[in-house]
Every structure is written in structure tokens, then in C-alpha cells.
Design a protein around this ligand. Structure first.
Ligand code: NAD
Length: 445
């Protein structure tokens, strides 16, 4: 099939590349010239395990192209994906200006008798398919394009860091449409991705749009719930790891997404929880759990700061901290709403300095902080002269570090771990002061 993907960010690039991988011819569009120039010349623009290899192969074999021209991309496409940003507006609602702007462009480009399926892959509030349809019809008024398109909701559930696997072998594909013509096309498109029998679930547009928010909000609830249990553990001398294992073995609860930490971040959970709360507000529904989830997360992002301050007698002026991890989660260079950034801001505000390391996210972080913090080229280089080590992201390479080396390089043998990477007993034996989340602090007498 011939596909156009409009918006070539995290979702658009993965979507386009993976559809090319199953034999489709894909043209990805973006307004960002630098991005399109880089991609066209074979340079990948995001770090995502496994993506570069299939990106290069499909580009070389002519199935994956990049352009700034929406007209060129959609001219002979049968399916047009919208993978555009939906950032939070001032009131928390998803800002639809990118989606509706492109919908207006499409109204001028669609031709009578040349049917296309327009698929919304962005995370959008309930009713957006209707708005996209109206925007297309308004801008194409008088051109007889009413029967030339359907607008379908196909929310994306990929997780950054494992996006290629998630896309190639999705748990489920959700498609919202009432058009039989669109159902057939979408079924054919996704058939190679669900050969193991995972479901393609067809539903109405509104339910599909709400499904995406419900999924992300539910996961955010799970995280905030565990973070509150971790807070209880610290006050009750219990160990959250034990509680997690104790409840996770119950099928109804499940083992995944039960790890406490320093809050959820990233480009999706914070904005999607906010947007769902706004939708509830708009329909006068008091969605109490969502408000609590957001409040808990705000507190949790700062969880380590009071512990660090208390360890240093309430004053961080002139202290230096080594920080491991900048991306909002491992295996990505995405720093949007990364918990590490909230900690950096708090430490700088207290008069401390920060030496940071991350395996992939340094380039992006430099664009935010410039020379306000320093960066090291490996995890140990951040340590000399630091008063303590802080862990903000659970990259695998941080899990079993050389504690002797850490000990010899740090000024004070203190580690504040926002991801519970280490065994407290081991750190006690190694002579560290060690504080984590929901577990007893290790203090050396
Ligand atoms: P992104 O910011 O990485 O990418 C969006 C791209 O769209 C950018 O490259 C931008 O330049 C481009 N763009 C903006 N206006 C354009 C226009 N008029 N024409 C062409 N291109 C244009 O965003 P993302 O992370 O890929 O997210 C896209 C959508 O998918 C959002 O709604 C998001 O909530 C949703 N989503 C994201 C993820 C994720 O993990 N990132 C997962 C599932 C769903």
C-alpha cells in the first residue's frame, strides 16, 4: 500500500519505518527542514533501539522517503497517518492546532473519486475525528470531496525504548471507525503485525479516542499508587520491594508497572492525564482519582531533595552532585518532562552544582541547560569532587557499577537512588550512606 505519514517525530518515524518494513511504500512529511534533510541523507533523528537498522534498509530499498511537501506525500497515498504533536494548552486540554491545520491542508488536496483513509495516530480528545472531518470539509467546500475520505482513530500504544518491538508486535491494535471501507483497508494494513493472533479491536471513533487516554491514565494511577505505598513504607519501616512482589504475583494486579520511583515523566503521561482531567472537567465530571494522581506525581518528583538536604544539614550551597540519568526513562534520548530535570532545577536553586551523565540524552539536555550544568563522557567521570551521587534513570549500565571506584572518586560516600537500582545490604557493607524510594535508608554510624 502507499502511505503518507504527516509528522515525523517519535511516533511518525517509528510508524513510517515499521510500515515500510512490511512492504508498504511510505512517505514521511515534516515541517522541520533540518529533520527532513537529516533523515533524507540517512541520519536517524531519535535514539530508539533497533530503529536505525530498519530505517536504513527500507530507505535504501526505496520504500521509505522523506519530504517537506504534504502535497507530494499525499498525492497517491491510500492511507494518510497524522502523527502530529498534541501538546497541552494553557488549560491542560490537548492543543489541536497542528492536527486541525493539517486537516485544512488535506481539504484542499483531496480529489473527488480518489478515496483515502485519514488516520489519526496522535493522542487526541474524544470528538477529534469529528473535528478533523469538519475541518477537511470546510476547507474543501465546493470540491465534492465528501465521499473521498474517511477519518479513522488509531491510537498508538508504543513505548519509547521498545517502540519497534511494540509496533511490530502490538498487544492490540485499536481502530475507531464506522466505515466498512476503512475497516477493510485497516485490517489489510495491520494483518502482518498481528499474525500471532493479537486482536485488532474495531470500535466507534469516540471509544477509540478515549481508550488511549484510559490506558495512559490507568498506568499513571498504578505508578502514583505504588509511589504512595512507597511513602507509607518509609514511614512504617516496611520495604516496598517486598510489598511489590507480594502484590504483583496476584494476576489481577500484575507484576508490571509496580516499581516506585521519582514520578512519571515523558511526553505522554503528564500531558495525557492532564488532558483527560480537562475532558472530565468540560463535561462536569469530577474525576477525583486523576487529580490525586497528578498531585502525588508532583510530590514524588521531588522525593529525593529533602533527603539530600537533610543529609547535608539543610544547606546545599556550594555542594556538587553527580547525576546519572537524564532521559525520562532508559533506552531513549527523550527528555520531555524528565524527573531528572526537576531535580536539577531544585539543586541549582539551592546553590549546588551538577555534573551529569546519560548514555544517550546529553545532546538534548545541553540544549536546555547549556553550561548551567556540566556533562561527563562516562558515568565515572561525573564523580570526582562530587559530594554525592544521584540516580535519576534506570539505564542498565548503572545497575552493577564498580562500587570501589565510586567510593574512591566521591567526596562523600553517599548515594541517593530515585530508581531503587541497588541492594541496600550491599551498599551498607560497602560503607555507603544510601537512600532510595520506599526502602529503609542505609546510614553509617
Ligand atoms: P514529536 O513532537 O516527537 O513529533 C511530532 C512531529 O510533527 C515533529 O517532528 C514536528 O516537527 C511535526 N509537525 C508539526 N507540525 C507539522 C505539520 N503541520 N506538518 C508536518 N509535520 C509537523 O511527537 P510524538 O512524540 O511523535 O507524538 C505525536 C503524537 O503521538 C502525540 O499526540 C503523542 O501524544 C502521541 N503518542 C506519542 C507516543 C510517544 O511515546 N512519543 C506514544 C503514543 C502516542
Amino acid at each position: 500500500m502507499k502511505i503518507a505519514v504527516i509528522g515525523t517525530g517519535y511516533v511518525g518515524l517509528v510508524t513510517g519505518t515499521c510500515f515500510a518494513e512490511t512492504g508498504n511504500t511510505v512517505t514521511c512529511v515534516d515541517v522541520d527542514k533540518t529533520k527532513i534533510d537529516k533523515l533524507s541523507s540517512g541520519t536517524i533523528t531519535i535514539y530508539e533501539p533497533g530503529l536505525e537498522k530498519i530505517f536504513l534498509r527500507n530507505q535504501k530499498e526505496g520504500r521509505l522517503k522523506f519530504t517537506q511537501s504534504i502535497g507530494d506525500a499525499v498525492a497517491d497515498a491510500q492511507i494518510i497517518f497524522l502523527a502530529l504533536p498534541t501538546p497541552p494548552g494553557e488549560d491542560g486540554s490537548a492543543d489541536l492546532k497542528y492536527i486541525l491545520g493539517v486537516a485544512s491542508d488535506l481539504g484542499k488536496l483531496l480529489q473527488p473519486g480518489n478515496y483515502k483513509v485519514i488516520v489519526d495516530k496522535s493522542t487526541v480528545p474524544v470528538g477529534t475525528c469529528d473535528k478533523v472531518r469538519s475541518a477537511i470539509l470546510n476547507s474543501g467546500a465546493g470540491r465534492n470531496i465528501e465521499e473521498s475520505f474517511d477519518v479513522v482513530s488509531n491510537p498508538e500504544f508504543l513505548r519509547e525504548g521498545v517502540a519497534v518491538d511494540d509496533f511490530m508486535k502490538p498487544d492490540r491494535v485499536v481502530i475507531g471507525t464506522s466505515s466498512e471501507r476503512a475497516v477493510k483497508i485497516m485490517n489489510d494494513l495491520y494483518a502482518p503485525f498481528v499474525r500471532q493472533g493479537n486482536p485488532v479491536i474495531f470500535m466507534d471513533e469516540h471509544s477509540a479516542e478515549l481508550t488511549k487516554y484510559a490506558a495512559n491514565a490507568f498506568l499513571a494511577v498504578k505508578i502514583s499508587f505504588m509511589n504512595e505505598i512507597a511513602q507509607m513504607c518509609e514511614r512504617l519501616d516496611a520495604d516496598v520491594d517486598m510489598v511489590r512482589r507480594g502484590i504483583g504475583s496476584d494476576d489481577r494486579i500484575g507484576k508490571r508497572f509496580l516499581f516506585p520511583g521519582i514520578g512519571y515523566g515523558g511526553s505522554c503521561f503528564p500531558k495525557d492525564v492532564k488532558a483527560l482531567a480537562k475532558t472530565a472537567d468540560d463535561i462536569n465530571y469530577d474525576f477525583q482519582i486523576l487529580d490525586a494522581v497528578m498531585q502525588v506525581n508532583e510530590v514524588q518528583k521531588m522525593h529525593l531533595i529533602p533527603k539530600i538536604k537533610s543529609f547535608f544539614g539543610g544547606n546545599l550551597q556550594g555542594k556538587r552532585f553527580a547525576l546519572w540519568g537524564l532521559s525520562f526513562k532508559p533506552n531513549t534520548d527523550d527528555i520531555r518532562e524528565a524527573p531528572a530535570f526537576y531535580m536539577i532545577d531544585a539543586l541549582l536553586a539551592e546553590g549546588a552544582s551538577v555534573a551529569a551523565f546519560d548514555p544517550e540524552a546529553i545532546t538534548n539536555t545541553k540544549q536546555v541547560y547549556g553550561d548551567k550544568i556540566s556533562f561527563s563522557s562516562d558515568q565515572y567521570e561525573a564523580l570526582p569532587g562530587a559530594d554525592a551521587l544521584i540516580i535519576a534513570t534506570e539505564w542498565n549500565e548503572f545497575r552493577t557499577p564498580d562500587f570501589d571506584k565510586i567510593s574512591s572518586l566521591l567526596k562523600t560516600k553517599a548515594i541517593f537512588d530515585g530508581r531503587n537500582l541497588f541492594d541496600p545490604a550491599q551498599l551498607k557493607n560497602a560503607g555507603f550512606h544510601y537512600e532510595s524510594v520506599g526502602r529503609k535508608a542505609v546510614k553509617q554510624n
